[in-house]
Design a protein around this ligand. Structure first.
Ligand SMILES: [Zn+2]
Length: 212
């Protein structure tokens, strides 16, 4: 059986969300235990709960919703890269040692993957406009982080989010890369076909492409 790494955080009522955002909530409409023929639930959540893809609408009034984000960007050849920087903006020099030839995605593995799903990262590394431009020039379409945002927690103008859209790139946030060796993988992390929303949960998986 081929190895699959599940790099998705579990969505539970206790899964940490952005300060002030809506936590995951499940309500029963029908219950087998109460004599119904099915269990029927209604769920509510922020699309940014756990591992997710931001839609351009999240930060641009005229941006695409998940249903019309470029689907092929979420299925490709991805490099997993461990970084030692624990906080602040990542520069091209943080990952310049990595051979990106053939990679359409880069997944950045930091200390945040060691935190439990319930724990919100107080310090986390995020992107820089320089790193995004450098990755775009290298042929990368997707950047994934285990951090909760591609910008600093306190950023209001969100330069990295906007740079992604400008370059036609997409992002994943809150990946869970614990135990995944650096290397080359096939990545599949498709957003749900949601209209009107600002992002979507994804089930993100990696399949190793080589042994090293
Ligand atoms: Zn997000």
């Amino acid at each position: 059986m081929p190895i699959i790494y599940d790099i998705t955080r579990t969505v539970r009522a206790t899964t940490a969300v952005w300060p002030g955002d809506t936590p995951y909530h499940v309500e029963h409409v029908l219950k087998i235990a109460d004599g119904a023929s099915v269990n029927l639930t209604t769920i509510s959540l922020s699309p940014h709960t756990g591992t997710h893809a931001d839609a351009y609408y999240h930060y641009s009034a005229d941006g695409e919703h998940p249903a019309t984000m470029p689907l092929d960007a979420y299925d490709g050849r991805a490099r997993v890269v461990t970084v030692s920087r624990r906080a602040g903006a990542l520069a091209p020099s943080d990952i310049a040692h990595v051979n990106l030839k053939g990679a359409t995605g880069v997944l950045i593995h930091s200390h945040v993957s060691d935190l439990s799903d319930e724990k919100w990262a107080s310090d986390f590394p995020y992107l820089s406009v320089e790193l995004i431009a450098w990755l775009a020039a290298s042929g990368v379409w997707l950047i994934g982080l285990d951090s909760p945002s591609v910008d600093a927690l306190t950023s209001k103008d969100l330069p990295c989010h906007h740079a992604l859209r400008r370059h036609g790139m997409v992002n994943l946030e809150l990946l869970q890369l614990r135990g995944v060796p650096d290397g080359e993988y096939e990545l599949i992390a498709l957003p749900l076909k949601l209209d009107a929303a600002c992002g979507s949960p994804v089930r993100a998986i990696l399949r190793p492409l080589d042994a090293g």
